[in-house]
Design a binder for this molecule. Structure first.
Ligand code: ATR
Length: 284
């Protein structure tokens, strides 16, 4: 498809992604694609900032008139501490991946990873229903963001993780969440409406690219989601499909979390469609 050229005038709106390292981020390719597609006068750039200079970098961007920035590893907790105001999901998640510099000089911190995850389920026609139970595999930052967004929508979250102390610590930070021991989760699947892999298991080059646990005990209406997006069809999703279960891959989460930031900085709610997916996959 033909996409117009990028417009960058003296009035361009500016945003970027703060990370360390940041060279492998897909965000610049994605946001600049949307800027061109919607004819927005603006630019989105990679912003490598070492941890010791993170705050100075943020203040500098703000002073230079940026609209805001995405924040990625290792800055998500620092961004949480630095924000003047947080949305509910960010407060629960204890982390911020999107900064919005407001006209009154204050910094708004959002956590759009989990909301992007939920939006990706909604886009597939599989919105998580309040008062159902979700089982999360993993207890890292991604698990916390997803758990926070699910709890915001009234879903009961249960966490299971290889290292049980991390699952317990995460559940303690998320009032109402509970923990299932890692060795038994496959047998307990029948009690859940949603299963989410938030670990790097199944990822190309990850700790176990063939990660394909048994789903034999799943209810027929279980939705199986993976936040891994390379490969798009993880072994977990493939075996869920084979069993007739509905699945949601990780690319949607990546695109929808970006969409939410784009909307804040550039004032357009961009489409997450096949053209967008193809564009991002082409840059992988
Ligand atoms: P992130 O912040 O991106 O979620 P992380 O904090 O490194 O990343 O978490 C990675 C998750 O993958 C953890 O839940 C980790 O389990 P441990 O807490 O036990 O380390 C999980 N993980 C990684 N390799 C794993 C493996 N081989 N088997 C089971 N879980 C694994």
């Amino acid at each position: 498809s033909s996409v117009p050229e990028q417009i960058i005038t003296g009035k361009a709106r500016l945003a970027g992604v703060l990370g360390w390292p940041v060279a492998h981020s897909r965000s610049p390719a994605l946001h600049n694609y949307w800027l061109r597609r919607y004819g927005v006068d603006g630019a989105y750039v990679p912003l490598p900032a070492a941890p010791a200079r993170f705050e100075a970098a943020v203040r500098g961007l703000q002073a230079a008139g940026f609209r805001g920035a995405n924040v990625t590893i290792p800055h998500k907790e620092a961004a949480y501490s630095l924000a003047d105001k947080l949305d509910q999901t960010a407060r629960r998640a204890g982390a911020v991946n999107t900064l919005v510099f407001r006209e009154d000089g204050t910094i708004l911190g959002l956590s759009t990873d989990g909301d992007g995850f939920v939006a990706s389920l909604e886009a597939e026609g599989l919105p998580p229903r309040p008062r159902t139970r979700a089982l999360l595999l993993g207890a890292g930052g991604a698990a916390r963001s997803v758990a926070a967004a699910l709890q915001d929508r009234g879903i009961e979250v249960c966490i299971t993780n290889r290292t049980q102390e991390r699952a317990t610590a995460l559940a303690a930070a998320l009032p109402g969440a509970d923990v299932l021991p890692w060795p038994v989760w496959e047998r307990e699947l029948g009690a859940f409406a949603l299963l989410v892999n938030t670990t790097s298991l199944g990822m190309e080059g990850g700790p176990d690219p063939l990660f394909s646990p048994s789903l034999a005990h799943a209810a027929d209406d279980l939705v199986v989601a993976d936040i891994v997006y390379v490969p798009r069809m993880t072994p977990l999703l493939a075996s869920a499909r084979q069993q007739g279960l509905r699945t949601v891959g990780g690319l949607g989460m990546l695109l929808h979390q970006a969409r939410l930031g784009f909307r804040e900085w550039f004032g357009v709610d961009p489409q997450v469609d096949k053209a967008t997916q193809d564009h991002v996959l082409g840059s992988l």
